[in-house]
Design a protein around this ligand. Structure first.
Ligand code: C2E
Ligand code: MG
Ligand code: MG
Length: 262
């Protein structure tokens, strides 16, 4: 037990150092219209470029980072960097419509999320509709005063709000009555077996209808094959994201692949 605490503490020190040394990077994955594969946006995904261990994926650090006092700082950097990249791509004639960023709960509890977002939008001369924030059920499940105030302020300003990993956790449908969601992201676990598991296709079809009834857009995550895409299209899903359309890649690589051409 004591040993585990020591390991965790050492890891937390490393995360602080990583922040001080600027070892965070963003990779970008396209979000597309399923019918023609055209980019409708991109999701910014955090990576840790460790000086000796190389590239580290979120699964290895997010669970600790999200409980760390630097989460707010890292999260604010993600917003700023993603906005800067969108503005840069646009300035280079690559009219990507929108950028999505994932948020830590700490970014809400700090109480100034609206200001962090509006400052970044202003800095890079972007419109609120150019940005979408992705929240998971950790944030959405029991939205407190801070969360609701920030989400409503962002929504009123025109920033998109996506509910990530939809359908997997404990967040009930009544969450949708409480928080001003503009997009549901169908979790990749449903897409993975959608071609042969009737429950998954049933759930995806229900989420798609739900989105239609509530006027909320729907996007499917984790699309890897044409078969999965075809089933999603049959079920009424029009937007998606997944290795089939492009893996998360550093900005320079995405640029070279020309993914954002209109
Ligand atoms: P997420 O937001 O649900 O992101 C989607 C994850 O699915 C990404 O994993 C992406 O690389 C992966 N993915 C995309 N397409 C496919 C596919 O076709 N097949 C499969 N198997 N996977 C696919 P990644 O980049 O490892 O990120 C994992 C999670 O870490 C994210 O899940 C998100 O919850 C969290 N995360 C990543 N970046 C950030 C960040 O900047 N801030 C916060 N707060 N969380 C982040
Ligand atoms: Mg996400
Ligand atoms: Mg997700």
């Amino acid at each position: 037990m004591a040993n585990q605490l020591t390991i965790r503490r050492a890891f937390k020190d490393e995360l602080r150092q990583a922040t001080e040394r600027g070892e965070w990077e963003l990779f970008y994955q396209p979000q597309v219209t399923l019918s023609d594969g055209k980019a409708i946006g991109a999701e910014a995904l955090l990576r840790w470029r460790h000086p000796s261990r190389g590239l580290i994926m979120p699964a290895a650090f997010i669970p600790v980072l999200e409980t760390h006092s630097v989460a707010y700082e890292v999260g604010s950097w993600v917003i700023d960097e993603a906005c800067a990249q969108l503005a840069y791509w646009r300035s280079r004639g690559r009219p990507l419509p929108r950028m999505s960023v994932n948020l830590f709960a700490a970014q809400f509890s700090a109480g100034n999320l609206e200001h962090v977002v509006s400052a970044a939008l202003e800095r890079y001369a972007l419109e609120p509709g150019d940005l979408e924030i992705e929240i998971t059920e950790t944030i959405a499940l029991r939205p407190d005063e801070h969360v609701l105030r920030s989400l409503n302020a962002l929504r009123d300003a025109g920033v998109g709000i996506a509910l990530d990993d939809f359908g997997t956790g404990f967040a009930s449908l009544s969450t949708l009555k409480q928080i001003p969601v503009t997009r549901l992201k169908i979790d990749k676990s449903f897409v993975e077996d959608i071609c042969y598991e009737p429950y998954s296709s049933g759930i995806v079809g229900a989420i798609t209808s739900l989105g239609g009834r509530l006027g909320i857009e729907v996007i499917a995550e984790g699309i890897e094959t044409e078969e999965q895409r075809d089933v999603l299209v049959q079920l009424g899903c029009t937007a998606g994201q997944g290795y089939m359309f492009g893996r998360p890649e550093p900005a320079e690589m995405r640029q070279r692949h020309g993914m954002w051409a209109a």
